[in-house]
Ligand binder design. Structure first.
Ligand SMILES: *Cc1c(COP(=O)(O)O)cnc(C)c1O
Length: 219
């Protein structure tokens, strides 16, 4: 089942798009089935669950932290995390840098932007990030590797609305690239799109989709 679903989704994605199989709440067996089908990138949203799965599963898996991360928990994933998607505050970025410094590892991160209408979704807005990038402390953060942006669209049936929000994130990415990251070849990831909206996200320029229920079934 999982293998077939993965195959179907992969068929939709061109080669430049990374598929993250979002395995939160799903058992080891389910992840192994996807792994055996060739899947290597997996996403989790809770640190404890992520660490448990990291310990039990093959070491060539790329683990993505896609949920809200608390500063005091960075230390548990700092040594192995492949990409932290939800960096949504300066404070968190500073703490990730501190953790990276301790173990001499540059930790890959995405800046999360608030594009949805809902109040509850975490993320920076444009003005905040500009203030930060113009700030001197930013240049001292040498143990974070900012590789792009991440966002979640509103939970709605209104495809026009979703499209508008993804397009907004793409514009934010383009502007950041132009103004601050043009010499940084690593800054190239646009993480947007989930089971229900990844096709729209891809049309709007996503190159990393995070898909859970369409692969593993509903949670
Ligand atoms: C759970 C989750 C997903 C996957 O959602 P599905 O609708 O199951 O595909 C993607 N991104 C984030 C941030 C999530 O928390």
């Amino acid at each position: 089942m999982i293998k077939n679903r993965l195959k179907e989704i992969k068929a939709d994605l061109s080669e430049n798009i990374t598929l993250i199989a979002v395995s939160k709440t799903k058992p080891i067996d389910a992840i192994l089935e996807a792994y055996e089908a060739g899947q290597r990138d997996f996403g989790e949203n809770k640190v404890q669950e992520l660490v448990e799965k990291f310990e039990k599963l093959p070491k060539d898996i790329n683990w993505h932290m896609i949920g809200h991360l608390q500063s005091n928990k960075i230390k548990y994933i700092a040594s192995f995390i492949h990409l932290i998607h939800g960096v949504d505050s300066l404070k968190l970025l500073v703490e990730i840098d501190k953790n990276g410094r301790k173990i001499n590892r540059k930790i890959p991160c995405l800046l999360q932007f608030h594009i949805a209408q809902e109040e509850t979704k975490f993320g920076f807005d444009w003005n905040e990030i500009v203030v930060f990038l113009e700030n001197e402390t930013c240049k001292q953060l040498t143990f974070v590797d900012i590789k792009g942006v991440m966002g979640m669209a509103s939970f709605t049936d209104n495809n026009m609305q979703i499209q508008k929000e993804f397009s907004e994130l793409k514009t934010i990415f383009d502007n950041l690239k132009r103004d601050y990251f043009h010499v940084n070849e690593d800054f190239k990831i646009i993480s947007m799109g989930m089971s229900n909206d990844y096709k729209i996200a891809i049309e709007e320029g996503s190159n990393m989709v995070r898909i859970g229920s369409s692969i593993f079934g509903s949670r």
